[in-house]
Design a protein around this ligand. Structure first.
Ligand SMILES: *Cc1c(COP(=O)(O)O)cnc(C)c1O
Length: 345
């Protein structure tokens, strides 16, 4: 087969959810936006639902609709972008819970779907989504007289435990939600690791489920194996790939693999990372092309049918750091051309 294989270990995913659940002094939900951080929202969510997750979060109503098809009735599906115009039918027919972000959205929601449950997102300092303190104070009574079932906010600096912003947002959120009857939620993965004060009644981990930082005790969830299409010997002085950026100093064996920047292997990794034959590193030589990688396999006694870019040795955050980015971006960039294989659960 000429496509790479992205293997998703659903047992590892479930183990990560259970570990974060054990740390949470609260109900632990699961964030499966952006197609489950690129790993397949339906498969991921079904595995977590079987493990006991009852509440899922997505960014957009369309994602929520697809998720409802995968999960069936029962689990709560919360939509971070709230109730946008055009979303009403999906929210109503598929039983989604919009997280209302503004007065406009609140009016839209209670007019279009009176009695339909909703949550509210508050801005505790990040200035991205949610109602500001003044706006919330003005509509809180209306919201609480309707079917309000979750009040949440989001931390800007939770991956830096000592950042003052964490305590500031905790204080703001606590004050804004004083006396609220509905369950409250402040923490994603980073906030769970900050301790119980940050957990309230519901937590919302995403990246930690998928094996990424800041959850440094996470079990790796994915492996990425890329097939070797061709092997050639390159003489000293010859170059490899676009722009001749790598030139052989000695007799070198180069394997050409079927994946490139169109598959989320960032071009900045050119000449900078390595792939693995089992535990043996094999340096990437030359530029990453759209569909191909060229890898030094001179030191291998036998070239295997595929090399791995992500495995237990080289985790997503290792690769992300080499690419100057974060695990989140790496995962959600993994393209549509891989064969996604699910094991476990
Ligand atoms: C993406 C997101 C999460 C999950 O964050 P992680 O850092 O991946 O755990 C939680 N809440 C909101 C509002 C988000 O946008």
């Amino acid at each position: 087969m000429a496509s790479g294989v992205l293997t998703v270990d659903l047992d590892a995913l479930v183990e990560n959810w259970r570990s974060l659940d054990a740390l949470s002094g609260a109900e632990t939900g699961a964030v499966v936006k952006a197609d489950g951080y690129g790993l397949g929202a339906g498969r991921v969510a079904r595995a977590l639902a079987r493990a006991g997750a009852r509440r899922f979060f997505v960014a957009m109503a369309g994602e929520g609709a697809a998720l409802r098809e995968a999960l069936g009735p029962g689990p709560e599906i919360n939509v971070f972008s709230g109730h946008m115009s055009g979303d009403t039918d999906m929210i109503s027919d598929l039983g989604l819970t919009p997280m209302i972000n503004s007065l406009d959205q609140l009016l839209r929601h209670v007019e279009a779907l009176p009695g339909h449950p909703f949550g509210v997102q508050l801005d505790s300092g990040m200035n991205r989504l949610g109602m500001e303190p003044g706006e919330w104070a003005a509509v809180r009574d209306i919201a609480e007289s309707q079917n309000l079932n979750l009040v949440m906010s989001h931390l800007a600096c939770a991956d830096e435990p000592n950042h003052d912003m964490n305590r500031h947002q905790l204080a703001t959120f606590t004050e804004m939600t004083q006396g609220v009857q509905a369950p409250r939620s402040l923490s994603a993965t980073g906030g769970i690791l900050l301790g119980r004060d940050y957990h309230f009644e519901v937590t919302r981990p995403g990246i930690g489920l998928y094996g990424g930082l800041p959850f440094d005790l996470a079990t790796p969830v994915i492996t990425l194996d890329l097939p070797v299409i061709q092997v050639r010997d390159v003489a000293p002085g010859e170059s490899v790939g676009y722009g001749n950026t790598w030139i052989a100093e000695e007799e070198t064996r180069i394997a050409t693999l079927a994946a490139g920047y169109a598959d989320g292997i960032h071009r900045i990794l050119s000449n900078r990372t390595q792939l693995y034959a089992g535990d043996t590193p094999c340096p990437l030589r030359g530029r990453v092309s759209m569909d191909l990688l060229t890898v030094d396999v001179t030191h291998l006694s036998e070239v295997p049918p595929s090399l791995s870019l992500v495995n237990k040795v080289q985790k997503i955050d290792t690769l992300a750091t080499e690419a100057g980015t974060i695990g989140y971006e790496l995962l959600t960039s993994l393209g549509a051309r891989y064969t996604r294989r699910y094991v476990g659960a």
